[in-house]
Design a protein around this ligand. Structure first.
Ligand code: CO
Length: 144
């Protein structure tokens, strides 16, 4: 497994306007992006955090479910105020990473698919990952 940088930390939020106001007014964030590829049933906003080189800072991914049947709806039902949901790490080769997780018996959740950044992603079950729902994302070819 070739571990890359943390791309983003996923947070489920019950109210996107309130969440954006929090990151702007309390945390001082100045840069917000919608998802490059919309995800079904989800309102997603990425919040940039600064980086040393001015590029590719780690992001916070704010995720608001718009329906009761999304992947994050059960989490919000259990945590009505929202909260930290997953951590996303970059890898250079998504298929190699998937094969390595599977070879170690880790439960990969669903197919590899195109995530909100427009690059392939998959998730690994938190019970196989020290309690952390883990998203693996192929490093985008160009700086965003
Ligand atoms: Co994510």
């Amino acid at each position: 497994m070739k571990l890359g940088r943390i791309n983003h930390i996923g947070v489920v939020v019950p109210d996107m306007d309130q969440a954006v106001a929090f990151w702007r007014d309390v945390m001082g964030a100045t840069s917000f992006h919608e998802a490059d590829v919309p995800q079904d049933g989800l309102n997603i906003i990425f919040v940039d955090t600064p980086s040393d080189n001015g590029l590719n800072g780690t992001q916070m991914e704010l995720i608001q479910p718009l329906r009761d049947d999304t992947a994050v709806s059960p989490f919000l039902a259990k945590n009505p105020a929202g909260g930290q949901h997953h951590v996303c790490f970059e890898v250079p080769d998504i298929e190699a990473a998937r094969a390595e997780f599977e070879a170690q018996g880790k439960r990969v959740l669903g197919p590899t698919r195109i995530g909100a950044h427009g690059t392939p992603i998959f998730f690994v079950h938190p019970k196989d990952m020290g309690g952390i729902l883990t998203e693996i994302l192929e490093t985008p070819k160009e700086a965003h």
